[in-house]
Write a protein of this length. Structure first.
Length: 583
């Protein structure tokens, strides 16, 4: 066997998916002179979402794995839907996710002049023509999957006439939609994309980079593959819906450039349950004010996930877990939630917060006394140390932690029962006070001074430990409880004419405006994730408008359905393996 060179770019690539294997094979064959050059090509017509994160991690990850380069290229060929705001948000999201393109930032608009020249070249080669058919007539002539298309009556215009008409299109002599430039390929092709596709259209729209320099713009299918070729991309990775477009990309490059061309490789896009991943649908939610904006924490946009408290590490880990496949499938959103829990569990500091406060008066505790108790910041990481938590005669507990007529299996507070206060003492509820409506307003309790720290010297046990906050030192906060935006696992499936917006979960946002938090939370910086003990992970809202109190967004609850499903499946697999006879 030939000894592997130390500079072999495939060294250290252990477990590979099919795209990595394709690149390894190309490198072994010395294809592309041993180069690996990928790109992430977003259209700046909306904000990036979790599906784009999969592509970002894949493209930048391939470049890193094989010591290559990854470009960030904005495919800005449709100025009517593109904005500078989207360009800036894409840059911010890619950087936040942990990737850097260095000097390799490009725009399809960088190549407008060259793409125009390519279009002229096709005309001169007799492979493109100006067509006067209306959009509806073009669709009619195109045929369908059962019937071949028909040639446009303008298909046989002379090269001279086509050059003249295209020049006049460029000069602004015609109205929007009056004429288009089409490639002359095959109107009988079984691939609809090859039936004389439109490659240039008239659009008197100001472009966010080129201004009013152009009034004709290349179509995405014309610009995309050629932009890859211009930039020297070796592996053009895209999702499966572009598989049928690949012959068209190849055709353009073959007619206009050298045979060496980018190799397009398709992979399955990310479909996430209880989520819509279409930018068109996400924009509709924003435009119709069904959410608060592109960074609404209920949306799957990267800016929304960031504002909600998702870490870039958790998203990268999620993308690594779901892998790269050739078939589309639905990924359970519980796996994404598991990924952020797993990450924050390791590094988020613990604090106590009471979201629905119920006052507790400890009658035998000294009035006016404030005691400082030791609390662990994170049991998963001892290096995070401890903090002091103030304790006093009057505290708050969660209203749900008390029940007047408690059933047998309710182990929290009720009259006559003893519970443990986290880091503090055992307390017993002696009596309650109600308002005129019969609602419990105050619990009157006693405490056992010998149980400081939460243990009893006489060995007696309690079945419940509650979190709490001292009244005198508590800070008030607004807490927003975010849940899944849709109640249907597949909201994009519009059955019986029902719009996806009809499936919005009415309980996707609950606002609690009088929560009580331990004082250490007053210094938590915006964007930092913490755990509220027993309640979940929360993040200080980076865009909150409240001036007199902090606003926390719930990132995710502590209940991990994915971990439970995984454990259940593992147990099933073990049981099945035990039943298998030995060979």
């Amino acid at each position: 066997m030939k000894e592997q060179k130390s500079d072999d770019k495939t060294a250290g690539v252990a477990k590979v998916h099919f795209i990595q294997q394709r690149i390894i094979d190309d490198l072994k064959a010395a294809k592309n002179d041993g180069r690996v050059h990928t790109r992430f090509p977003p259209e700046p017509n909306g904000y990036l979402h979790i599906g784009h994160a999969k592509s970002i991690c894949l493209n930048f990850g391939l470049a890193k794995t094989f010591a290559g380069v990854c470009n960030l290229r904005f495919d800005d060929t449709n100025p009517s839907k593109e904005e500078v705001e989207y360009v800036n948000s894409i840059r911010e999201d890619v950087r936040w996710l942990g990737f850097d393109w260095g000097e390799n930032e490009f725009f399809a608009s960088d190549y407008f002049a060259k793409l125009h020249d390519y279009a002229v070249q096709l005309i001169e080669q007799g492979q493109a023509y100006v067509c006067d058919l209306s959009p509806s007539e073009t669709r009619e002539y195109r045929g369908n999957l059962q019937e071949p298309g028909r040639n446009s009556p303008f298909r046989e215009r002379s090269v001279t006439e086509n050059l003249d008409l295209f020049a006049r299109m460029r000069a602004g002599d015609f109205a929007d939609g009056a004429r288009v430039l089409r490639a002359k390929i095959d109107m009988t092709s079984g691939n609809m994309n090859m039936r004389d596709p439109v490659i240039y259209r008239i659009a008197n729209v100001v472009h966010h980079r080129t201004g009013d320099t152009w009034c004709i713009y290349p179509m995405y299918d014309f610009a995309h593959g050629l932009s890859d070729a211009i930039e020297g991309i070796t592996h053009s990775v895209c999702t499966l819906e572009f598989q049928d477009h690949r012959p068209l990309y190849d055709w353009f490059i073959e007619q206009l450039l050298t045979p060496s061309q980018p190799q397009q490789i398709e992979f399955s896009r990310l479909n996430l349950s209880y989520t819509v991943m279409s930018k068109r649908k996400l924009k509709q939610l924003v435009d119709e004010n069904l959410v608060s904006g592109w960074d609404d924490p209920r949306l799957p946009t990267l800016s929304g996930l960031r504002r909600r408290g998702f870490s870039p590490e958790s998203i990268r880990n999620f993308c690594e877990r779901i892998g790269v496949a050739k078939r589309n499938s639905m990924v359970d959103v519980a796996l994404l939630e598991h990924s952020v829990r797993e990450d924050l569990n390791r590094r988020a500091a613990r604090y106590m917060a009471v979201l629905n406060p119920l006052k507790v008066v400890i009658e035998n505790y000294p009035e006016g006394q404030i005691e400082e108790l030791d609390a662990i910041n994170n049991p998963e990481d001892e290096s995070m140390g401890k903090r002091k938590v103030p304790f006093s005669r009057v505290i708050y507990v969660e209203r749900d932690d008390f029940m007047e007529d408690a059933p047998k299996k309710f182990y929290r507070l009720t009259v006559g029962r003893e519970v443990r206060l986290r880091y503090a003492y055992y307390i017993r509820c002696e009596r309650i006070e109600k308002d005129e409506n019969g609602e419990v307003t105050t619990l009157y309790c006693t405490y056992d001074p010998a149980t400081r720290g939460g243990t009893s010297p006489d060995g007696r046990k309690v079945k419940s430990t509650l979190h709490w906050v001292a009244e005198k030192t508590a800070i008030s906060a607004e807490v927003r409880l975010y849940d899944r935006l849709f109640s249907d696992p597949d909201p994009a499936a519009e059955k019986d004419g029902e719009s996806f917006t009809a499936k919005i979960n009415p309980d996707s946002l609950t606002v609690l405006d009088d929560c009580k938090l331990e004082p250490a939370l007053a210094d938590v910086a915006a964007g930092r994730a913490v755990q509220f003990e027993r309640l979940g992970y929360f993040t200080v809202d980076s865009k909150a408008n409240s001036s007199d109190k902090q606003v926390f967004n719930r990132t995710v609850t502590l209940r991990d359905n994915w971990a439970k499903k995984s454990a259940k499946q593992q147990n099933k697999n073990k049981s099945r393996d035990k039943r298998r006879p030995e060979c």
